[in-house]
Design a protein around this ligand. Structure first.
Ligand code: SF4
Length: 84
């Protein structure tokens, strides 16, 4: 039996392919809130001005389809989701 693979603090595989890293550009964000509707575990909006807040820079794999959809659907192209 093999020991469980090492993971970083978010549970993503450490140093292995198959991780997603999310970035948001708050200067581009226009506060539409589409990303929050699409992936509420990953994105939120600031109370004061509605600008995006990134909740999870390294979301778990089950959230990736929603994050990709949020990136594509962002009207300001303020979301980047890199997969490696
Ligand atoms: S969808 Fe884009 S523009 Fe709208 S709140 Fe999210 S990051 Fe901002």
């Amino acid at each position: 039996m093999t020991p469980p693979a090492a993971t970083d603090r978010d549970g993503a595989p450490e140093g292995e392919e198959g991780a997603m890293r999310v970035r948001v550009d708050t200067d581009k964000c226009c506060g539409s809130g589409m990303c929050v509707l699409t992936a509420p575990d990953v994105f939120d909006q600031r109370d004061e001005d509605g600008i995006v807040r990134l909740l999870d820079e390294r979301p778990p794999e089950h959230a990736w389809p929603d994050v990709r959809e949020a990136a594509v659907g962002c009207p300001a192209q303020a979301i980047e989701a890199d997969e490696d």
